[in-house]
Design a protein around this ligand. Structure first.
Ligand SMILES: Cc1cc2nc3c(=O)[nH]c(=O)nc-3n(C[C@H](O)[C@H](O)[C@H](O)COP(=O)(O)O)c2cc1C
Length: 221
């Protein structure tokens, strides 16, 4: 696939078909993604590929803990209070998703259901969990993780596989740590839900927005 078409065509997928992705395909994606850049070529990333029964086990326990109102200390904290400008964009995404689902903004139950779907990984048959060493500055480690994660998503898209990068997938680090046997000296950074997209699902089709580059590019001559 042409690079530009891949960059513009990739989008977050929020409903997957049950169809498994073969291990061969996942391996091929991860092998090619190795060519992502990293600080000093340290390649500090570590990935855990969770599928099958163990993924179902995770999904169920993750969902249950969310419904029970449990929250957990995160390895990489989520940003909570957004500055106005960014809050506006975040709010627009939420509004767009709820409108697409025909949900009124004050319908708390429906909003809760959307978050429940996140804890269930939108039905993805595969979760790739990205980890970083605990003893590395998180700022730079997350930059390297971001580079390889986007590369993985583009390579997956090229193979007709949908992805959703998900902070919500790693909201229960203790559970993931247990199921995946992740050592304590690793931080769980982010998850990528992966699978074949359900093309007809509205959330996989709404019109996405980006601000004009004049809002964030300054030219100096
Ligand atoms: C670090 C990061 C965390 C994200 N976490 C979630 C998440 O928990 N749930 C979700 O539905 N989407 C999540 N997303 C997807 C973003 O909402 C999405 O990338 C953004 O709205 C742009 O849309 P697009 O990916 O369809 O182009 C995350 C994306 C990133 C980069």
């Amino acid at each position: 696939m042409e690079l530009r078409a891949a960059i513009e065509g990739r989008r977050s997928i929020r409903k997957f078909k049950a169809k498994e992705i073969s291990q061969e395909i996942i391996r091929d994606i991860l092998e090619t993604a190795r060519w992502a850049p990293s600080w000093g070529n340290t390649q500090l990333w570590e990935f855990y590929v969770l599928t099958g029964k163990r993924l179902d086990e995770f999904r169920e326990a993750n969902h249950r803990s969310f419904v029970d109102g449990q929250s957990f200390p995160l390895d990489v904290p989520m940003h909570e209070v957004w500055p106005e400008r960014l809050k506006g964009r975040y709010g627009e995404l939420g509004k767009m998703m709820l409108t697409t689902l025909n949900v009124k903004r004050d319908d708390k139950e429906a909003r809760h259901r959307l978050y429940e779907d996140m804890t269930l990984l939108f039905g993805a048959p595969c979760l790739v969990v990205a980890c970083i060493p605990r003893d590395i500055l998180v700022e730079y480690a997350m930059l390297d993780i971001g580079l390889i994660v986007q590369t993985i998503c583009l390579l997956a898209y090229d193979k007709g596989i949908g992805t959703c990068i998900m902070a919500m997938a790693v909201r229960n680090p203790g559970l993931l740590r247990k199921i995946l046997s992740i050592p304590d000296d690793r931080k769980i950074a982010i998850g990528i839900a992966m699978g074949y997209p359900d093309e007809n699902f509205p959330l996989n089709n709404f019109e996405r927005k980006r601000v004009d580059i004049s809002e964030y590019v300054k030219w100096v001559d």
